[in-house]
Write a protein that binds this ligand. Structure first.
Ligand code: 5GP
Ligand code: MN
Length: 340
């Protein structure tokens, strides 16, 4: 963002406004952390603020300050639509294509008020007036910290804001271990802890929140469903509706499962397929150079980051997996293990 653009945003936000913050479908820790972090900051600046999510998010994020005030479009489209229609500034966080917010996207597109995207995903679409975008940023939460700093309000970060931003940085960096974690990330995190973020408690609230069913589902995935294709250093697994019912699935239970196969030394590419509401949702992860964003875009109508992306399929689960296996040989060169 240029200094002139920052000046413009600062001027627009200099008087109390009706602000709506929207984030992507199936919000994760970074989506909710950035939305509620910015929400708590803007409240301090005397704005009226409403966070609107396209659908529900997992229980392990329900403790975030401001959570109770969030409107979920899928549950209450009328209230959400009204808020968007009345907004005089809209922030779009942790996504950059209106497709990612489903039907809520039509309402955002209808509004002609200033919009700002703050995001770290690849290939942003051009639907906003302001863009704070950095694919190298660990998380949108890190960019919200930058944004507050650019507005000259670093000192105004409260414990509420800090707890939210810490959460998203922690979840999007896999607890500070992905290569997206930079010296800057650690500097920001240090500042957030100084501002009151309770790092130890946040880890427990987010990660030690399993139900017995969830842990058993994870065990079942790993022992019964995991397929490793040595030839392509790839691993995949799937859960169908029957599997989910067996373990009394609730939202968030499959979060992070896709990362597990990457802990196998030889596996560079992991795919996880889950049958939900009649469609197949897919998560892709890689370690090293294999670009799952491109893979998801090219074959499964999705996108994301180079090492973490998602997509979907309208085929049956069997057909989707057959398609996945069918396209793998095209990546033989990138994925084949270099024998020493
Ligand atoms: P997850 O596998 O955790 O759902 O998503 C991994 C990453 O890919 C996240 O950054 C998420 O925002 C992005 N992502 C997930 N699904 C999609 C999709 O269908 N389209 C696009 N463009 N990005 C996705
Ligand atoms: Mn993110």
């Amino acid at each position: 963002m240029t200094a002139t653009e920052i000046k413009k945003v600062k001027a627009l936000l200099s008087k109390p406004k009706n602000i709506v913050i929207v984030t992507h479908w199936s919000p994760d820790g970074d989506a909710m952390g950035s939305s509620l972090g910015l929400y708590n900051y803007l409240l301090l600046k005397k704005h009226k603020v409403q966070v609107v999510t396209p659908n529900d998010y997992p229980d392990f994020l329900n403790w975030l300050p401001g959570n109770k005030k969030v409107i979920n479009f899928s549950a209450d489209a009328k209230a959400a639509t009204l808020k968007v229609a009345k907004a005089d500034f809209i922030f779009c966080l942790d996504f950059n294509s209106l497709k990612r917010i489903d039907l809520l996207g039509q309402e955002v597109a209808k509004s002609d008020v200033p919009k700002m995207i703050i995001d770290h995903h690849l290939q942003p679409e051009d639907f906003a007036d302001f863009l704070l975008h950095d694919v190298k940023a660990s998380s949108t939460c890190e960019l919200i910290y930058d944004f507050i700093e650019l507005l000259g309000d670093k000192k105004k970060i409260t414990k509420e804001v800090a707890d939210c931003l810490y959460t998203g940085i922690m979840t999007d960096t896999g607890s500070f271990r992905y290569p997206s974690t930079t010296a800057r990330t650690h500097t920001v995190v240090a500042e957030l802890i100084k501002a009151g973020a309770e790092n130890g408690a946040i880890h427990r609230l987010v990660y030690d929140n399993n139900t017995e069913n969830r842990l058993k589902l994870l065990g079942y995935c790993l022992s019964e469903k995991l397929n490793v294709i040595e030839e392509y250093s790839a691993a995949y697994f799937y859960l169908d509706q029957h599997d989910l019912e067996k373990f009394n699935y609730k939202k968030g239970d499959t979060e992070g499962i896709v990362n597990c196969p990457l802990s196998i030394k030889s596996v560079q590419f992991s795919a996880f397929f889950v049958e939900r509401d009649g469609i197949i949702k897919i998560s892709f992860r890689s370690k090293g150079k294999f670009d799952v964003n491109k893979f998801a875009r090219d074959h499964f109508n999705g996108g994301g980051h180079a090492n973490a992306a998602g997509g979907m399929s309208n085929l049956s689960i069997k057909e989707t997996i057959a398609k996945f296996i069918e396209v793998l040989p095209a990546y033989h060169k990138q994925l084949s293990v270099k024998k020493k």
